[in-house]
Design a binder for this molecule. Structure first.
Ligand code: GUN
Length: 322
């Protein structure tokens, strides 16, 4: 007797398409705000000349222009002190036309990053890194939430993937991605496990995941044998590979990858090996998955910040007048 093996190909969760949808919504919100005489504004501070940061920041500024958001880029040298940075941030906190302040990370080692992130007004903290916003998020209050984890939730919701009651496993416990992603999944009623570099028997946990979020920063770290067939895989990793043998190992018989690699001498891969995607129910590709959402969510946070702060300002002004 022949046995029927049903195979269903995995759904690709198209981050670029979802980001485009969100950006269109933001552009419509910007147009509405402009009718009320409000032009949302974002200030981005880029310290020194870290190549990757320059690329990210340029992309953020360009997206602002596309959506009608005013933006400003401040580019102090790598020699700037914490005190000088604090002065820059205080100036931006005080300016009414600036709704969002983003300090691109990482900062030079001599700069006190935690102190600076705490100096940003929580109302203008569009990265969601201020402890006040982290606290609001964890206590289920409206908060400016970190952009990458917020993007993950948007991908799941807009793709109709249920979160409530599911086992969500987050691998990685960074303040920027892992911890807030776990909190947001918990707020959406998933049963959440956070794994990290000291987790004993990681595959035991990842194999239980209905939703697996990989935010480790190591190419192809999550292998197919660590994944439950049919699971939803969210790959947050953006790793640049330059080793031809490693590219061949991760992408055997992938002509497009090989061609791109031959042309550029590198290729970008996530934290999940492509063989795992093949057995998943749905997955975010790299590139074109979670990464595409980060800037869209930053734009959305800027609008949220503009609406909240300016409404609060108007309310307190009318109270003063009354
Ligand atoms: N560096 C890498 N990711 C981020 C981010 O989301 N925000 C900021 N400010 N810096 C980053």
């Amino acid at each position: 007797m022949t046995q029927m093996i049903e195979t269903k190909s995995a759904t690709v969760l198209d981050g670029i398409a979802i980001a485009a949808e969100i950006k269109a919504e933001v552009a419509a919100e910007v147009a509405k705000l402009k009718q009320q005489g409000i032009v949302p504004g974002l200030a981005v501070i880029l310290v020194g000349d870290v190549a990757a940061s320059q690329i990210y920041v340029r992309s953020k500024v360009k997206t602002c222009a596309e959506l009608g958001i005013y933006s400003e880029m401040l580019t102090p040298p790598a020699s700037i002190t914490t005190e000088e940075m604090l002065t820059l941030v205080a100036d931006l906190n005080a300016r009414d036309e600036i709704d969002g302040i983003l300090i691109q990370l990482p900062l030079p080692a001599h700069v006190d990053t935690k102190r600076l992130l705490e100096a940003v007004s929580p109302q203008k903290d569009v990265d969601g890194f201020h402890p006040i916003n982290a606290g609001r998020l964890q206590s289920g209050q409206p908060a400016l939430a970190p952009c990458t984890p917020a993007g993950i939730i948007e991908i799941l919701k807009r793709s109709g993937i249920a979160i409530a009651g599911k086992n969500a496993v987050v691998v990685g416990r960074s303040d920027i991605v892992g911890k807030p992603a776990a909190m947001m999944l918990l707020n959406a009623s998933a049963t959440v496990t956070v794994c990290h570099s000291r987790t004993v028997d990681l595959p035991k946990f990842t194999r239980e995941a209905d939703i697996l979020v990989a935010a480790i920063g190591r190419p192809g770290f999550v292998t197919a044998d660590m994944v439950k067939p049919g699971a939803t895989l969210i790959d947050v990793g953006i790793n640049r590979l330059t080793d031809a043998a490693e590219v061949e190992r991760l992408f055997p018989a992938d002509a497009r990858r090989a061609e791109g690699f031959a042309k550029r001498g590198s290729t970008v891969v996530g934290d999940i090996e492509p063989a795992a995607f093949a057995i998943s129910g749905a997955y975010t590709p790299v590139p074109g998955g979670v990464g595409a959402l980060t800037i869209a969510m930053l734009m959305q946070n800027t609008i949220t910040a503009a609406k909240a702060r300016r409404a609060a300002t108007t309310a307190s002004e009318s109270e003063t007048e009354a």
